[in-house]
Design a binder for this molecule. Structure first.
Ligand SMILES: NC(=O)c1ccc[n+]([C@@H]2O[C@H](COP(=O)([O-])OP(=O)(O)OC[C@H]3O[C@@H](n4cnc5c(N)ncnc54)[C@H](OP(=O)(O)O)[C@@H]3O)[C@@H](O)[C@H]2O)c1
Length: 292
């Protein structure tokens, strides 16, 4: 079957990124070509009502994955949010795709995964190695930071007049989830021409955490500055705010690693893929502030 007619399966379809990918796909391809991998039918009910076929699968049950990928030509593997298990989970998806006869698999990795010092990059390198050695046609979608990562703490930042982090003067080329989703949908639906490509995906413009605090201050009229903390102190704050230890470690580690511009990229590959500029911080922040 031509890749222009292949059925397209999205994993993590019930998640925040997956839902946006499906929305983008449904704007360009008929629903009959779109398949959503979900753990429960209830999680995909709104897409099923639009004609998307649901396949039930769990990364922790490999036999469910092979059955779910029967007849599928192209897969988008959205990285799992299970930090303890995701290496094995991703390898299970790739192995099941091979067994099911899938031709192409795109994987959402992390920006500059091959050289990134972020602790979380190790999982992505492991998955990239499994995929590039699998014999499948592949694309690596190395996503930079979601702008939304900085919106969870807007209320305390405004209450205390301080944005906290460990990123120093590091520049962060963030883009909203919706922009990464549009790129993933374009690659998944785009035919075989991208096989073997590595996409370093990031926002067109970058900000430091001090610039983030200044923009927050400008838009709200409240004094907000950036307080740069040692990683251990920032992690303590995150634990105190109720984050589980592995998540607090991941956030503090990533924040500290950003000091070295490790989340910066000016290739504009993302805007090139989606055919429009990425949405800048000021615009995303204005929307986020309407619900704080
Ligand atoms: N670039 C960044 O800044 C950034 C930030 C945060 C996360 N991420 C990564 O990007 C991924 C997507 O982001 P997101 O915001 O869409 O995350 P999310 O909303 O947490 O979605 C995660 C998805 O993974 C699915 N999933 C989890 N365990 C599974 C399993 N055992 N079997 C099958 N599906 C499973 C979830 O299904 P259920 O609905 O059934 O739970 C959900 O659909 C995350 O998982 C994480 O790896 C990147």
């Amino acid at each position: 079957m031509s890749d222009n007619l292949a059925r397209l399966l999205v994993t993590g379809a019930s998640g925040q990124l997956g839902r946006l990918v499906l929305r983008n796909l449904l704007a360009t391809v008929p629903p009959s070509r779109v398949v959503a991998l979900v753990r429960t039918a209830a999680a995909g009910a709104d897409f099923a009502s639009q004609g998307v076929e649901l396949r039930i699968g769990d990364y922790d049950r490999p036999e469910s994955l092979e059955a779910a990928m029967a007849g599928i030509g192209r897969v988008l593997l959205i990285s799992s949010n299970d930090l303890a298990r995701r290496r094995a989970q991703h390898r299970a998806v790739i192995a099941a795709a091979q067994r099911a006869g899938v031709r192409f698999l795109a994987y959402t990795s992390v920006l500059h995964a091959d050289r990134s010092p972020l602790g979380l990059a190790a999982d992505h390198r492991d998955t990239e190695a499994a995929l590039t050695g699998s014999g499948l046609d592949y694309a690596l979608l190395r996503n930079g930071w979601y702008t939304e990562n900085y919106f969870g703490a807007l209320a305390p930042a405004l209450a205390h007049g301080a944005v906290l982090g460990s990123s120093g003067q590091g520049r962060i080329s963030a883009a909203p989830r919706a922009d990464y989703a549009a790129a993933a949908a374009a690659v998944l639906a785009g035919g075989a021409s991208v096989a073997g490509h590595v996409f370093e995906l990031a926002g067109d413009s970058a900000f430091t955490m001090a610039e983030f605090a200044a923009e927050l201050s400008r838009q709200t009229g409240k004094p907000v500055t950036y307080a740069d903390l040692p990683k251990a102190d920032y992690k303590s704050v995150l634990l105190g705010a109720g984050l589980p230890e592995p998540v607090a470690e991941l956030v503090a580690d990533s924040s500290e690693a950003a000091r070295g511009d490790t989340l910066f990229d000016d290739s504009r590959t993302l805007s090139g893929l989606i055919g429009r500029p990425t949405v800048p911080l000021a615009e995303s922040l204005a929307v986020a502030l309407t619900v704080v």
